[in-house]
Design a protein around this ligand. Structure first.
Ligand code: ADP
Length: 261
């Protein structure tokens, strides 16, 4: 037989637990709501700039002399650049939403990352040459390095880091990659001797929409989502990612990958 005192204690305990669970649920709903509002605010802000620009170029074209081919071409090119920017933002937004809702599916395969780096350097060499930036292979890049990961997603990680190093790098600077073998992992480092990043920014660098210099980075065409996508991809792999940087000297973005047994 249950004593009435025991029954009472059990009821009080259950009600207490229910209240605690409920408080947790309410707190989570509030966090989600705050997140949703911030996300929508950021997205609207990011989309507004290119849309505003496109509208401006179209209005100018409408009012200008249609026989002035040079002028028309100039404004059409500007409008096209902004359409491309819109496209990039939408592409990154779709990706980030998939990652943040856990829809990211990895296809793990064995591949040689040295080859992937060579392919990416080949793709970006024209862009680097425009800024007289040297693309260098440092430690370990002369060897085959097999890793077990999603090849397409890791290519995306490397593209993001290498393109950032080029986009934010100074004219005549250099970008280099180093590969370091650890017991079960491979450490990949993408370094540049560009402007570097002040220590105050490092902790927030991988947050979505975070930019160090908002004006400058928008002019390079960035969406502020690249590093957050990089972090999502590596976390989905169970890997680590980080950055070391010193203002005026340059930055090194690093991540680990699993080596096949
Ligand atoms: P974005 O699309 O603006 O490039 P990212 O998420 O890729 O966004 O990067 C966030 C910010 O970190 C950038 O806006 C830039 O200010 C800074 N950043 C990233 N990589 C570098 C780098 N290699 N050197 C200096 N600053 C960098």
């Amino acid at each position: 037989m249950i004593k009435s005192e025991d029954l009472w204690t059990t009821i009080v305990h259950d009600v207490d637990n229910f209240e605690k669970d409920n408080d947790k649920r309410v707190a989570q709903i509030q966090i989600n709501e705050q997140y949703r509002r911030e996300f929508l605010g950021n997205v609207s802000h990011e989309l507004k700039t290119p849309i505003f620009n496109i509208q401006g170029y179209i209005d100018t074209l409408r009012e200008s002399d249609p026989d002035d081919k040079e002028l028309s071409k100039h404004f059409l090119n500007k409008a096209a650049e902004n359409v491309e920017r819109l496209n990039n933002i939408v592409h990154d937004l779709i990706q980030i939403t998939q990652y943040e809702t856990g829809e990211l599916r990895l296809e793990l395969v064995h591949f040689n990352i040295t080859e992937t780096i060579q392919e990416i350097y080949e793709e970006v060499k024209v862009k680097a040459a425009q800024k007289k930036i040297r693309l260098q292979f440092k430690d370990g890049c002369d060897k085959i390095h097999m890793v077990k990961a999603d090849r397409i997603k890791i290519t995306e990680v490397l593209q993001n880091l290498i393109l950032n190093a080029i986009n934010y790098g100074n004219i005549g600077s250099s970008v280099s990659i180093g590969l370091y073998t650890m017991e079960k992992k491979l450490l990949v480092e993408v370094s540049d001797d560009g402007p570097g990043i002040h220590a105050d920014h490092l902790a927030r660098l991988f947050e979505r929409f975070y930019r160090v210099d908002k004006h400058r980075t928008r002019s390079t065409g960035g969406t502020g989502l690249g590093l957050s996508i990089v972090k999502h991809i590596l976390e989905a792999h169970g890997e680590q990612v980080g950055v070391r940087s010193s203002e005026g000297k340059g930055s090194t973005f690093w991540f680990t990958l699993k080596r096949p047994n």
